[in-house]
Design a protein around this ligand. Structure first.
Ligand code: F6R
Length: 610
């Protein structure tokens, strides 16, 4: 979704802004723009549809824009098509105020009509332009005062960066339901949609809260709450480096992040495993509360939801209690049956997904306790949940999630084992065995990752299929969902995942000679059943790419045209291994098809609109 960068300092702003925007490219965008304020030249603005490179070339990497204060923006279109005119910044009609915005102004039509009634003309189709024109309307020489008035009048979500030609030394930022981080440099200060944009310049940051407004100058940052009272922000230090957010020799972030999974899994899981026990120090749920839970809810979107689907199978087995896994976009409008005795676990890499955030709020409003499994520190979901378990995966830049998925799964498994101990639904021996096997997962992932050429070869055989099915039972079905999503989102091949037993209730009619079916059969208790389904599709002419474990290699080879084999492990941990070849398969297929792997069309990394 849209990305914002703001800078005020001693050096030329435009190159810094372009560098920051480049680091936000992963969020997804279709146009970009800059506004820079120069004491002599006033407000200068450049914007363009398309890739950031177009914008950068227009200003020779920023060199042709003088001024040491500015804002930059990458836009992911919501209101109005991607175009030069709809790109941000938006300028007020006086030409003295420039605005960049992330979010949606829900009452923009009403404000637009009001301003049009006052004779104001509009130039774009965006909701954002009403902010610029409304600032003009309220402006009486003090841009901060005008901004306060505007944020009290607009409804919806926003992260805003505002420049005013009459205030050549300050940048105003404000947020509600849209991420905005503040960065404290030496003689310079920053704001951005996320830390990635400013980590090259400073590691000292604070996270803006809803309703806050910040004034950034070279000397410092002053923050006010929505009652206009000064706020002392707590500063934190980012514990990763710029190199973590760079490709480091890899062709794509996605591949780099796939390869980082063993280490990410270690970081997420190992500090929480103490002997044969799970220690979740950051979990503030009392044992009595855990024991009285008669049902659990897991709520998320996309791949994080798929982690929830795996979680349902795992946690029901571990806890012998029903686990409901729900899409956040459905949960929030489903009038969910939760109360103060319920626990709602939300899962989100970014911690900013609007539907997940809204589901979390709905759950809290109904009195439920909420627990968030989140990757991005200080993100909105992490701040609002009653309890947070971070996944510590480091920055994930590729739009298609990989290491975040693996670490979410590791943390959810640990949560299940912790609950099982408290609820006394598993023996200490069983828990200990799984923990012991968890310690071996990173090395087993490394083993899979040392044979990428095999999966690359299969991808080269199958990349021109136009429709691919993933089938599996139980945990293998949950894995199929993720494998299928990964493939379709980056390769644009139509793909569906089915519970293998469900095939003959309709879908099997789509199988014809040559249709590629990825058959997941890693879960030993249902291996024979899975094979029956493989036989069914094969006898209708399907080409089968089998995925199984070492111990079932021979049997599976008899029924597969190609075979991917993963190491054996505890059945509950199989998804952590099976996901890796599926990610690689999607990656190599997309590579063969020449797709823009890290920035697939129409997609955004952090979905901050509904
Ligand atoms: C797919 C993918 C998305 C996200 C989804 C939720 O590869 O990345 O499906 O999983 O948009 O995002 P988060 O986890 O940030 O809430």
């Amino acid at each position: 979704m849209c990305g914002i960068v703001g800078f005020v300092g001693e050096e030329q702003a435009a190159p810094v802004l372009l560098d920051g925007l480049a680091r936000l490219e992963y969020r997804g965008y279709d146009s970009a723009g800059l506004a820079v304020l120069d004491r002599e030249k006033g407000l200068q603005m450049v914007k363009s549809k398309g890739r950031l490179k177009v914008l950068s070339d227009m200003v020779d990497g920023g060199k042709t824009l003088s001024g040491t204060l500015g804002v930059g923006h990458t836009r992911w279109a919501t209101h109005g098509e991607p175009s030069d005119t709809n790109a941000h910044p938006h300028l007020s009609n006086s030409g003295r105020i420039a605005v960049v915005h992330n979010g949606i102004i829900e009452n923009y039509m009403e404000i637009k009509e009001f301003l049009q009634g006052q004779g104001v003309t509009f130039h774009s189709d965006t909701d954002t332009e009403v902010v610029a024109q409304l600032l003009d309307y309220y402006y009486q020489g003090d841009i901060v005062e005008a901004t306060f008035k505007v944020i009290h009048r607009i409804e919806g979500s926003y992260a805003l960066g505002i420049l005013c030609a009459d205030a050549p030394d300050q940048l105003v930022a404000a947020r509600k339901d849209g991420p905005l981080v503040l960065g404290y440099g030496d003689g310079c200060n920053f704001t951005a949609s996320d830390v990635t944009a400013l980590i090259k310049y400073t590691k000292t940051v604070s996270y803006m809260e809803d309703g806050e407004l910040a004034i950034l100058t070279r000397e410092g940052i002053q923050v006010y709450n929505d009652l206009n009272q000064p706020v002392e922000k707590e500063r934190s230090t980012v514990d990763w480096d710029i190199s973590d957010a760079e490709k480091g020799g890899y062709e794509h972030f996605m591949f780099k992040e796939i390869m980082e999974q063993p280490e990410a899994y270690r970081k997420a899981a190992f500090p929480r495993i103490r002997g044969d026990r799970v220690e979740l120090e950051d979990l503030n749920l009392e044992d009595d509360f855990i024991r009285q839970l008669d049902r659990l809810y897991i709520v998320a979107c996309g791949s994080s939801y798929h982690v929830g689907v795996v979680g349902k199978y795992l946690l029901e087995r571990m806890l012998r209690r029903p686990v409901e896994v729900l899409l956040a976009s459905e949960f929030r409008y489903a009038d969910p049956i939760v109360d103060e005795k319920s626990l709602v676990v939300v899962i989100s890499q970014s911690g900013e997904t609007l539907d997940t955030m809204a589901a979390l709020r709905e759950a809290r409003q109904l009195g439920a306790r909420t627990l968030a499994i989140v990757n991005v520190m200080g993100s909105s979901i992490a701040k609002e949940a009653d309890s947070v378990l971070y996944t510590w995966a480091g920055p994930e830049i590729a739009v298609a999630t990989t290491k975040a998925y693996s670490t979410q799964l590791a943390v959810l498994t640990l949560l299940g084992l912790h609950f099982a101990r408290v609820m006394d639904t598993m023996s200490q021996r069983e828990i200990g065995e799984i923990l012991e096997q968890m310690r071996l997962i990173p090395a087993k992932m490394e083993e899979i990752l040392s044979h990428t050429e095999e999966i690359q070869y299969f991808a080269s055989q199958y990349f021109n299929h136009e429709s691919i099915f993933f089938i599996g039972r139980n945990l293998d079905y949950a894995m199929g969902l993720e494998g299928s999503l990964k493939l379709k989102e980056i390769s644009y091949i139509h793909s569906e995942a089915y519970a293998a037993g469900e095939l003959k209730h309709g879908t099997i009619s789509l199988i014809e000679p040559g249709t590629l079916v990825v058959a997941l059969a890693t879960y030993a208790p249902l291996f024979d059943k899975a094979i029956s389904n493989v036989v069914e599709v094969k006898s209708r002419g399907a080409t089968v790419l089998g995925v199984t474990t070492e111990s079932k290699r021979e049997e599976m080879a008899k029924h597969s045209d190609s075979l991917i084999v993963i190491p054996d492990t505890h059945p509950m941990l199989l998804p952590s291994l099976a996901v890796v070849p599926l990610q690689l398969f999607a990656y190599y297929v997309a590579l063969q098809r020449g797709c823009d792997i890290d920035k697939p069309r129409n997609l955004a990394k952090s979905v901050t609109v509904e």
